[in-house]
Design a protein around this ligand. Structure first.
Ligand code: C2E
Ligand code: MG
Ligand code: MG
Length: 720
């Protein structure tokens, strides 16, 4: 290897010696020992090579021209990049003075002349290795210091008796440790007694086993709770490193997250998530112990109405009231009998909205579960008071039990929910046990509900129009708007099926708003031309009619489209009218005064009392289809139709017969003096465009009929 080339993996020695023979001997000895050797024959050259080539070790002859070894060594110590390079002095003067000088100038070691060449290599190798190790240690200590500085925890090294050997105060460390650790004293004297005792055991355990131990220390002072996470690891054979962190904040945050994740913020009851966990645990136990469990699912009847009409703050207050009552109720022995005796045998939760659940473990029989549900139901149905007002909230309850009604959480909860729906269907405020036949029906319903919700949101509905005919003038008096919905998979669904679903699922208001708007748009389109006098009737659902501002909504819709108000008719069923007579009269009067026409739909099927009927400002009665369809069958229906027609005429109301399908039915109605008919015989409900075409065609035929004679049925039959 050429001298000066230090790109070698062998350690490099710089030998500064003015005596060429000494230099050569040193070179041979060092090369044999595995070093690469650089040479310098004077002090300046030595310093220059040390500076530029940074050898691993420097051998300096003390006596050299220009600069002596001591001077070179002092300068090397001042050059940062080589300051810690080991420097060995070769000195002939083994006196105290020169040894002191050598060390004072920063020498690592010295070798006295004459040099034992065979030992030189070993000596230099040893010093070089020791330097490397020293450097490594310094490096690792530097890293450790950085680590320790970065660790937020407080640390202690203690001996077996707990005496503090070293203490490091962490940035976020434990106040407990910092306060009780003072070097030389045992922490056992300063720690609270219970913690001291636990530490004593832990320290002994760690020293015995050589394993880490972890614990949590808790202190309560002045009502504040502090939590510390403590780890102990063996440090030496008889000392232990203790690392402690204050986790109080984290504990508080965890508790808050837990509360938010598992408890309902409105009522403070466990939420759906925690209920599902409870059921899953209870189910595991029930399976292991071969016992039964029941889920009681409560839903408040018509709660949406309270929310809608009285506002959410009242709704929220009542929900909190229901939650408290439910809690008290499950705690009271008379409500849940023996379930009150053990804490965990009964658990209450709020699943969301107005849905609450109760989980009963270790249930003896179906009857026992329904007994509990009945008692809860009656407790919840007692009047509640809020801001001086009294409310009666009735729930409907469904029950599903393991093992009869499902053996997994999802199935049980779903089936309890279905049973609850069935309780609603049975007239609400009652308890229903799940049964297998519920499922298909309910699933179908849920599916319809879901699809309908989407259709309403997307405006995927249509209005068809069915014309009504005056038997006297033979003119079309108007059309009835009937909503149509086509389910994406099932095809067209009858409104008789989806309107009740929309009412139950709280979708009816949106649907009704859509219908009102679509009908008004159609009326506007038909305005100003040959169809300018066509009237459109819309059906109002009970829920829609009970909206406090239904009259404003309707009037505003008509105004927005700018047609005569008398062109919009409203059809209400008897049930809707009779629901809240006073309000109904007020609302109808307002609508009527605004110019709208009002008809009672499906007349004869409800229970309207005639005395009440007189109170309502109505224009027409529509005889229900069921009477019309049997009018020619020789039964009662003909006399019922006759009575309705006579009644209507005595009250000055127009009568319209619905569902007229045959010429015979028509003849009977004509004979009885019915004013108008509607039915497939004359025309089926049709889309808007088709309706317009029909109306124009009919108009033309009428005009022709007035001049010529038109024999084509059904006009022939109608014309009589
Ligand atoms: P409705 O108001 O009594 O409407 C008359 C129903 O009888 C319509 O059924 C109509 O298609 C049907 N119909 C008409 N002529 C005949 C006939 O000659 N024979 C037979 N068999 N049926 C006939 P649809 O369209 O299925 O509607 C059923 C009910 O759904 C309606 O009864 C009404 O109560 C409700 N409905 C329809 N559209 C709406 C709406 O937009 N809003 C509300 N709230 N309810 C609606
Ligand atoms: Mg109708
Ligand atoms: Mg009807």
């Amino acid at each position: 290897m050429p001298p000066g080339d230090i790109q070698s993996s062998r350690p490099v020695v710089l030998i500064a010696e003015d005596d060429p023979s000494q230099r050569m001997l040193a070179r041979v000895a060092l090369e044999q020992a595995g070093f690469t050797v650089l040479e310098a024959d004077n002090g300046h050259d030595a310093l220059d090579k040390a500076d530029r080539q940074a050898p691993d070790i420097v051998l300096l002859d003390v006596e050299m021209p220009e600069l002596d070894g001591f001077a070179i060594c002092s300068r090397i110590r001042k050059l940062k990049h080589i300051a810690d390079t080991p420097v060995i002095m070769l000195t002939g003067r083994e006196d105290d003075e020169s040894i002191r000088n050598a060390y004072d100038s920063g020498a690592t070691d010295f070798i006295s002349k004459p040099v034992n060449w065979s030992l030189l290599g070993h000596r230099v190798r040893y010093i070089s290795r020791a330097t490397r190790i020293g450097r490594g240690l310094r490096e690792s200590e530097k890293k450790n210091r950085a680590f320790i500085k970065a660790i937020p925890d407080s640390m202690l090294i203690v001996d077996k008796a707990g005496r503090v050997l070293t203490h490091h105060r962490g940035k976020d460390g434990s106040r407990l440790l910092d306060e009780c650790a003072s070097d030389g004293r045992s922490v056992m004297e300063t720690l609270p007694p219970t913690i001291a005792e636990s530490w004593r055991k832990q320290i002994a355990g760690v020293l015995n086993s050589g394993e880490m131990s972890q614990s949590e220390d808790h202190i309560e002072a002045n009502g504040a709770h502090c939590f510390y996470e403590t780890r102990m690891v063996p440090y030496t054979a008889d000392s232990v490193l203790v690392i402690q962190r204050d986790v109080s904040e984290k504990k508080r945050a965890d508790a808050k997250v837990r509360r938010l994740a598992f408890f309902d913020t409105l009522t403070g009851l466990p939420n759906r998530q925690s209920f599902l966990i409870q059921v899953s645990e209870a189910l595991r136990e029930a399976k292991a112990s071969n016992s039964r469990l029941s889920i009681l699912y409560f839903d408040l009847d018509n709660f949406k109405r309270i929310n809608d009409s009285l506002g959410h703050s009242t709704g929220d207050a009542l929900l909190r009231g229901v939650a408290r009552r439910l809690e008290q109720c499950v705690r009271r022995a008379d409500a849940v009998a023996r379930f009150a005796s053990t804490d965990t045998s009964v658990q209450v939760a709020r699943l969301g909205g107005d849905e609450f659940t109760v989980l009963l473990r270790d249930v003896q029989s179906v009857e026992e579960a329904s007994g509990v549900a009945e008692r809860i139901l009656s407790a919840l149905s007692q009047p509640m008071h809020y801001h001086g007002q009294q409310f009666v909230i009735t729930p409907s309850a469904g029950i599903a039990s393991y093992p009869d009604d499902g053996d997994d959480v999802d199935t049980l909860v779903k089936n309890a929910d279905m049973a609850m729906y069935s309780a609603k269907a049975q007239g609400r405020n009652c308890v229903s046990q799940f049964s297998g036949t519920m499922s298909v029906r309910s699933l179908e319903r849920l599916d319809l509900e879901d699809a309908l919700r989407k259709a309403i949101a997307a405006g995927d509905l249509e209005l068809h129009y069915q014309p009504k005919l005056s038997l006297q003038s033979r003119e079309v008096t108007g059309v009835e708007a009937l909503v149509r919905w086509t389910h994406p998979e099932r095809g067209p669904v009858s409104p008789a099926k989806f309107i009740p679903i929309a009412e139950d699922a709280g979708l009816i208001l949106d649907l009704s708003r859509w219908v009102l708007e679509a009908a008004c748009r159609q009326l506007e389109r038909w305005s100003g031309g040959d169809l300018d006098d066509v009237r459109v009737a819309i059906n109002l659902s009970g829920k829609q009619f009970r909206e406090s501002d239904v009259d404003d909504q309707i009037i505003a819709a008509v105004d927005a489209h700018g047609f005569e108000k008398s062109r919009l008719e409203l059809e209400l069923t008897e049930g809707t009218l009779m629901n809240d007579v006073e309000n109904t009269v007020r609302t109808l009067t307002r609508l009527k005064e605004a110019g709208l026409k009002i008809a009672v739909d499906d007349f004869g099927t409800g229970y309207s009392s005639l005395s009440y009927l007189k109170k309502f400002p109505i224009d027409a009665l529509k005889i229900d289809r069921s009477f019309v369809s049997e009018i020619d069958a020789g039964g009662n229906d003909r006399s019922i139709c006759a009575a309705i027609i006579a009644l209507a005429q005595s009250m000055g109301l127009k009568v319209i017969a619905e569902g007229v399908e045959t010429a015979e039915q028509l003849q009977h109605l004509r004979f009885l003096g019915c004013d108008e008919i509607q039915g497939f015989y004359f025309a089926k409900p049709m889309p808007g465009e088709e309706t317009a075409a029909f109306l124009r065609r009919y108009l033309r035929k009428r005009q022709r009929r007035l001049s010529l004679a038109d024999d084509t049925p059904p006009v022939q039959a109608i014309e009589g």
